[in-house]
Ligand binder design. Structure first.
Ligand SMILES: Cc1cc2nc3c(=O)[nH]c(=O)nc-3n(C[C@H](O)[C@H](O)[C@H](O)COP(=O)(O)OP(=O)(O)OC[C@H]3O[C@@H](n4cnc5c(N)ncnc54)[C@H](O)[C@@H]3O)c2cc1C
Length: 377
């Protein structure tokens, strides 16, 4: 017998886990489907930590969403009764009046956010492990920090289940269709489901599951590296080490304070090789990527030891303009989706879950997401 649901969430990773939770607060009969179990390492939401910040250099219209995202992350922490967000602050360094520093200041002034300008002298005192190249400036956002990525997902899934959601993993969705009466059929490698609403949050596989839309997504392989530091190093979170983001001539690099013996975690935000099949992601170390990271470290964070202690790979799903695509499907309003999170989506998962559940249940959201709508380009 085919089972019928009020809503199905396709993909219970970063965005889908939060969506499942928000839908479960409103609907009785909700199903989350995923090929892999919660908190897995085969998509885009793993590797322990994700930066969260509010003075958004990419586009100031993200800021109201981030303010709501913070509220919802705190709500999740309260439900879980353990810490998911660590407010370590974010040091941002880039050319004076460049893309990064102008963007941060612009978002901060439009939305009255606190961002401190850090002089060279102050940098040497407060952040002795970092260098400020000539012609560059440093900013510090005290409210920024990082989230524990897998733990956030597992917490949302657990709370969705508590509210009655069903979660089926180990199932691959192969197709979906909408009939004349507006009922959605979802076909997996194991069975067929019916639902009034379908929410597609399938990360690197969004292009396949929304193939009729020609979203022009590009999936790229990204490396995460951990490098050793002294145990009493100023990069250590316990010694006031913060998250960091640098715009340099070579590209943008970011990372996290040292949390354990593996040292700082660092990655390049720019670049990345195109991935043709996300299920067959090459997980080996790329020597060229490693060299770029080590060059960055030796110039900008010279107290980090050039001894790699850990390495992971993950995927960005890039939209053409680097902004998310969040909308109802243009041909069937029962289907809503989030795609092209472009390597900066996790911090928004809490609020995107709320927005997608509103789009699916009410057909609209009170949040301004016009700048993220499908077909804007
Ligand atoms: C290295 C790296 C660093 C990052 N750093 C940051 C950061 O500091 N701050 C930040 O905010 N963001 C960051 N991001 C981006 C952020 O992590 C992603 O935008 C976000 O996690 C994407 O979530 P998602 O739900 O779209 O994808 P996923 O979490 O991958 O979820 C998609 C899910 O859909 C499932 N699925 C797909 N197709 C099917 C199918 N056919 N059948 C069944 N299941 C299916 C997958 O198994 C998966 O679980 C980073 C990303 C990477 C890779």
């Amino acid at each position: 017998m085919t089972i019928k649901y009020d809503a199905i969430v396709l993909g219970t990773g970063g965005i889908g886990s939060a969506t499942l939770y928000h839908l479960s607060k409103r609907l009785d009969n909700v199903l989350g489907l995923d090929r892999f179990p919660g908190g897995h390492d085969r998509g885009s939401s793993y590797g322990e930590t994700r930066i969260i910040r509010q003075a958004y250099f990419e586009h100031p219209d993200y800021v109201p969403l981030l303010i709501r995202a913070y509220e919802l992350w705190h709500e999740l922490e309260a439900m879980k009764a353990s810490q998911l967000f660590f407010q370590v602050g974010l040091l941002e360094v880039g050319p004076t009046n460049g893309m990064l520093t102008n963007g941060v200041r612009n978002a901060a002034s439009q939305h009255q956010l606190v961002v401190d300008s850090i002089s060279r002298k102050e940098l040497e005192k407060r952040f002795p492990g970092y260098r400020l190249p000539e012609g560059n400036e440093a900013l510090f956002e005290p409210k920024a920090g990082y989230l524990l990525v897998e733990e956030c997902i597992l917490a949302y899934l657990a709370h969705a289940e508590k509210l009655g959601a069903e979660i089926r993993t180990g199932e691959e969705v192969q197709s979906w269709s909408v009939d004349d009466a507006g009922l959605v059929t979802v076909t997996t490698d194991q069975q067929t489901y019916l639902t009034d609403r379908l929410i597609i949050t399938s990360g690197a596989w969004a292009g396949d599951l929304l193939s009729g839309l020609d979203l022009k997504l590009r999936v790229v392989r990204k490396h995460l590296h951990w490098y050793a530091c002294d145990k009493d190093s100023s990069y250590h979170e316990k010694q006031g080490g913060s998250a960091f983001f640098y715009e340099t001539e070579e590209g943008c690099f970011y990372g996290f304070p040292m949390r354990d013996a593996r040292g700082v975690k660092i990655a390049e935000h720019t670049g990345g090789e195109t991935v043709s099949n996300p299920l067959e992601l090459d997980r080996s170390v790329d020597l060229n990527d490693q060299k770029r990271i080590e060059q960055f470290l030796s110039v900008h964070m010279p107290e980090v030891k050039l001894k790699q202690t850990n390495h992971n790979v993950c995927m960005y799903t890039l939209s053409p303009d680097g902004n998310f695509i969040i909308d109802k499907h243009p041909d069937c309003s029962q289907v809503v989706f989030a795609a092209g999170l472009s390597g900066h989506g996790f911090k928004f998962a809490s609020v995107l879950g709320e927005i997608l559940s509103q789009l699916a249940c009410d057909g609209k959201t009170k949040w301004n997401i016009d700048f993220l709508k499908y077909g804007r380009n």
